[in-house]
Design a protein around this ligand. Structure first.
Ligand SMILES: Cc1cc2nc3c(=O)[nH]c(=O)nc-3n(C[C@H](O)[C@H](O)[C@H](O)COP(=O)(O)OP(=O)(O)OC[C@H]3O[C@@H](n4cnc5c(N)ncnc54)[C@H](O)[C@@H]3O)c2cc1C
Length: 574
């Protein structure tokens, strides 16, 4: 961010920093760039740099603020009393959606050649490496897409919700060849078309998911929505009756949902418009008045003989949808890492301009300790997120043969989801405090980030549920413990105490459930320490390992006095 630190723009008389605008989120994040390159997504560099520059502009920041200030409105009926079940959004929201979907934030991981064209002379312009024999290698598509999503989440999180659901929906659609043939090309179009039309008439579509019911979100077995065959509409069609208590991005073009028949819960796909041009009966009862995530609408929905297609095996609905949740949890990891970086960037920027007691805040030893500690947390989160992205590339590729990476993908997703969602709100609060009173006003991007911060820990599996999921993975796969420990031990002998702590924590099976949070926390710290040891600078790695083991201070700003704070800070804000 050195380019942004032009002290000539500061009003020295009032000691107020200029706003952090017109900086490149990609260029000024060395940990991100190195991680993306190392984990196989380096080919995204040009696109990431362009998006990073765009997201740093004053205009995009203004759009994000507008879309969250002017929140979506529900219009249940038109002026003649006909049901329309529509949500009206501020133009800023539509513009942000167009930027996000237009940049392929939801799609590039699923395209064989995401970058598209070859440059002249047969070289690949971007989008992957040429494998031997001139074939396109798939390399790093989830890493590359992850880079864009990480950048996006530093600007605006409401739009990230439909992006993530649409991303995960591609994987789900592929369960049903007929459905995929119609919907996938429109889902993968890097375009945004908000018109409420049948899929055949649209340039591009978005897809959401509606599972949670009043009586239970974590325990989906409690779902009561009923499905009955509706053969008059053709084979494979069902009519759903029931409700969904949370349904985000309700103007999406289709939804994966759960409903019950005699054999149990199955997964269904609900199009919002039917082929004849009529709207499906998808009644929006009201919109939630949410703490944050306000640009994005989240509605309560009633199904009244709503037409749907079954996806996957009858009675296997939860198993089918868990695959989708796995991908959305991965996105939450990337988003949370990005949000930590956003908070850190604001804090570093402020401290580099604001003086107190005769010195810049950034020069005060105790503030340096706080900022350096935040920088370590942000870097460790970034390394974890992109290591996980590599596991997704290996584990989900069409030719996936790497069973160890597939297992690590399964194990590390909930571990990272739990820990990054716990750390991110703390990072945001601490960063806000670095700005003093200026951090606590609505104009400060940190206020929006603060209201957003707890959400990632709630949706797609709340903390306890996620920790229990980790334990289940270990119980199901006897080789899981060895795979995790082997990954941790790549960090060398200095990481051994972390690995030993994980082994000890897993030993007493009888008490695992009640200790699940502590066990998962130890796993997350061990993985992060290992990654920091391997990939961060010696200064940052040393400080992370020293501070995150033993008698670790409970608040940020408690790094040991020996930690090279100025070096760590210089590296974080290159
Ligand atoms: C803004 C927002 C948007 C949302 N959008 C959608 C959407 O688009 N589609 C959708 O389907 N859902 C959506 N949700 C719902 C969300 O996924 C659920 O709120 C979440 O899964 C938790 O379910 P619940 O609210 O029913 O809480 P509960 O399941 O009642 O859980 C409450 C608490 O109990 C804990 N708990 C549960 N079981 C156990 C256990 N066995 N042991 C210990 N603790 C336990 C949980 O961790 C949690 O802390 C959204 C939620 C929010 C806030």
């Amino acid at each position: 961010m050195s380019a942004a630190y032009d002290t000539s723009v500061m009003n020295e008389a009032n000691n107020q920093p200029p706003p952090l605008v017109d900086y490149n989120l990609w260029q000024h994040d060395p940990a991100l760039r190195a991680a993306v390159e190392r984990e196989g997504g380096g080919w995204i560099e040009a696109r990431a740099a362009a998006l990073g520059a765009l997201l740093g502009t004053e205009r995009l920041q203004w759009l994000a603020a507008q879309a969250n200030r002017h929140t979506p409105e529900l219009k249940t009926h038109d002026r003649y009393g006909n049901r329309i079940d529509a949500v009206e959004y501020h133009p800023a929201y539509h513009e942000l959606m167009a930027v996000a979907f237009g940049n392929g934030l939801h799609s590039i991981a699923w395209k064989p050649n995401p970058g598209g064209a070859r440059a002249e002379g047969g070289q690949l312009a971007e989008g992957g490496q040429l494998a031997e024999g001139g074939q396109l290698a798939e390399g790093g598509r989830h890493v590359a897409r992850g880079a864009l999503l990480y950048l996006w989440n530093q600007l605006e999180n409401g739009v990230a919700c439909p992006v993530t659901m649409s991303f995960a929906a591609v994987h789900m659609l592929r369960h049903d060849a007929a459905l995929a043939a119609v919907w996938e090309p429109k889902l993968l179009a890097d375009d945004y078309d908000p018109r409420p039309l049948p899929v055949a008439e649209k340039r591009a579509v978005t897809i959401g998911m509606a599972m949670t019911e009043r009586q239970g979100g974590s325990d989906l077995r409690a779902n009561q929505t009923a499905a009955v065959a509706a053969n008059t509409h053709g084979a494979g069609w069902f009519a759903l009756t029931g409700h969904k208590w949370f349904c985000s991005a309700p103007m999406s073009d289709g939804f994966f949902t759960l409903a019950r028949t005699a054999p149990g819960l199955s997964c269904y796909f609900v199009p919002r418009s039917l082929a004849d041009g009529s709207r499906n009966r998808f009644h929006l009862q009201r919109l939630k008045d949410k703490c944050g995530n306000r640009s994005n609408a989240s509605g309560e929905v009633e199904y009244d003989r709503t037409l749907a297609r079954r996806v996957g095996e009858e009675g296997r609905g939860i198993a089918t949808l868990i695959e989708m949740a796995h991908l959305t949890r991965f996105d939450i990891v990337l988003a949370s890492a990005g949000m930590m970086r956003a908070a850190l960037a604001q804090a570093l920027h402020h401290a580099n301009f604001r003086s107190a007691f005769g010195r810049l805040l950034a020069e005060q030893p105790l503030m340096q300790n706080v900022l350096a500690d935040l920088a370590l947390e942000s870097e460790a989160a970034t390394l974890f997120a992109f290591r996980l992205a590599r596991a997704f590339d290996a584990g989900l590729s069409d030719s996936a043969t790497d069973t160890r990476e597939r297992l690590l993908m399964r194990l590390m997703t909930p571990i990272a989801k739990y820990w990054l969602c716990k750390r991110m709100p703390a990072v945001v609060v601490e960063a806000m405090e670095c700005l003093g009173g200026n951090g606590y006003v609505e104009e400060a991007p940190l206020s929006r980030l603060y209201r957003e911060a707890p959400l990632n820990g709630i949706w797609e599996g709340s903390g306890n549920v996620i920790c229990l999921d980790v334990l289940r993975s270990f119980a199901r796969a006897p080789e899981a413990k060895e795979a995790l420990l082997a990954e941790i031990r790549l960090g060398g002998t200095v990481i051994e105490p972390f690995a030993a702590a994980v082994e000890t924590a897993l030993a007493d099976a009888a008490t695992l459930e009640v200790r699940a949070r502590r066990v998962v926390e130890l796993m997350a710290l061990a993985l992060q320490a290992s990654l920091m040891q391997r990939h961060a600078s010696p200064e940052a790695a040393g400080a992370f390992v020293a501070s995150r083991s033993g008698d670790w201070g409970r608040a940020f700003g408690t790094l040991p006095a020996s930690a090279p704070l100025a070096r760590i800070l210089a590296q974080a804000a290159a």
